[in-house]
Design a protein around this ligand. Structure first.
Ligand code: SF4
Length: 193
């Protein structure tokens, strides 16, 4: 968080979270079809000094092409972060990529689609992300982290915008005395797109 980052947003998602804030990436037709080479050329030409590349969506892993794209980006020296919703197989994500995998909380309405087998493929640098909309989500998250022993990877808790005040979530985290990390959508607070 805080680094200028080149975002590659894939169109389409297999889930339908209640608080989804990227409807434009799931419905309609506001996308441009591009080859991996074109995307990489665009990044190198326009942002030659920005190594940080986020692969996001929608759900990038719905697209077979996302794998070779990540491989090529890593080989070009990019620091690649994949954001994935946790419902699809992550075993083929290239080694050099940092995976930020969602664990879907009850408020999403999508917990039944969690692919728990993915936990075995997490690398030490990967992150688990929980979007928290209310106290039930928070308590559920504490429970699931214990039950599934998720502390081996950093656990990021992000308030569901605009449903939960980040200050409230920060206090819950502090009171829990657990090694959890608060993650806010910085661009929203800075009024940046
Ligand atoms: S997984 Fe992400 S893009 Fe898909 S519906 Fe949920 S929040 Fe939206």
């Amino acid at each position: 968080m805080g680094y200028p980052t080149f975002f590659i947003r894939f169109f389409g998602c297999n889930l339908s979270c209640r608080w989804c804030d990227t409807l434009y990436a799931r419905t309609g037709s506001a996308y441009v079809a591009m080859e991996a080479e074109e995307v990489i050329r665009y990044w190198k030409k326009n942002y030659p000094e920005i190594p940080y590349v986020a692969i996001t969506g929608g759900e990038p892993l719905l697209h077979e092409e996302s794998i070779p794209l990540m491989e090529q980006l890593v080989s070009e020296g990019a620091v690649v972060v994949l954001e994935t919703n946790g419902s699809l197989d992550i075993s083929r994500v290239p080694n050099g990529v940092i995976t930020v995998m969602d664990i879907k909380t009850p408020s999403s309405g999508m917990t039944q689609f969690q692919r728990w087998e993915n936990l075995q493929y997490l690398k030490p640098q990967d992150v688990l992300k929980f979007v928290i909309a209310n106290e039930e989500d928070f308590q559920w998250t504490l429970r699931i982290i214990e039950e599934k022993k998720l502390y081996q990877n950093p656990c990021y808790l992000s308030p569901a915008y605009p449903f939960l005040d980040p200050t409230v979530l920060a206090k819950w985290i502090l009171n829990s005395r657990k090694a959890l990390r608060l993650q806010i959508q910085l661009h929203k607070f800075l009024n940046l797109k």
